[in-house]
Design a protein around this ligand. Structure first.
Ligand SMILES: [Fe+2]
Length: 217
């Protein structure tokens, strides 16, 4: 158990069963420099992400039946969640899942290849046209939210969600996501969201996107 989780867990009382656990990064906090800085990764992962996981566990603690479900199942079927904790599961479960996915989508120096390269060319015309459309959508996210490349009805689509909502709750399968909460970029980029989006395109782990894409079929 990583020490940051133990430290953070002590902030929330009465948690007997920690069903969901925060995933460690599979790389160093500074691995994405200079595009995403070390301090942002430390705070983003250890505080924001771990906080979502802890709050999700706290919300589910009185509901052991729900703890047996996968996070994906919970978020696919939000209407089945009791009213009293639906918002907590939507926000913190979404935060837990979105970030767990986001960490895996980041890696420097991975060129696009494989089926996803072909699919993007077919759907958008070219990688640069995809990038332009994705950037445009991301810039239009008002306040906190995410931009996504999803598979919906067998087709690639660019969508955005507010807060920590996940496309999974709408029946879509996210294969690439960009966190545009200010906590994801403010330390380095302040209000310059366009620069952060540009930087993101240097750290997309296209091998992982390709794997998600093939798993979606
Ligand atoms: Fe975030």
């Amino acid at each position: 158990m990583p020490s940051y989780l133990l430290d953070n867990r002590s902030l929330i009382n009465n948690i007997e069963n920690m069903k969901y656990t925060a995933e460690d990064l599979s790389y160093d906090y500074n691995a994405l420099e200079p595009f995403i800085d070390q301090q942002t990764m430390e705070i983003h992962h250890d505080k924001h992400y771990v906080g979502y996981v802890d709050k999700l566990n706290a919300a589910l603690e009185p509901h052991p039946d729900l703890q047996d479900k996968s996070l994906e199942d919970l978020l696919k079927n939000l209407n089945d969640i009791p009213d009293s904790i639906r918002s907590a599961v939507r926000n913190n479960g979404g935060g837990a899942l979105n970030h767990a996915m986001f960490w895996q989508l980041l890696k420097k120096d991975v060129a696009i290849s494989g089926d996803i390269a072909t699919a993007i060319d077919e759907r958008f015309g070219s990688l640069s046209e995809f990038k332009a459309q994705f950037t445009d959508a991301t810039l239009k996210v008002f306040g906190s939210g995410w931009a996504w490349l999803v598979v919906a009805n067998g087709q690639l689509e660019i969508v955005t969600t507010a807060n920590q909502d996940t496309p999974i709750s709408s029946g879509q399968m996210p294969i690439l996501g960009l966190d545009v909460w200010e906590h994801a970029y403010y330390l380095k980029y302040q209000n310059r969201r366009p620069e952060y989006i540009e930087a993101f395109f240097n750290v997309i782990n296209w091998e992982q996107v390709n794997e998600y894409y093939n798993n979606s079929k």
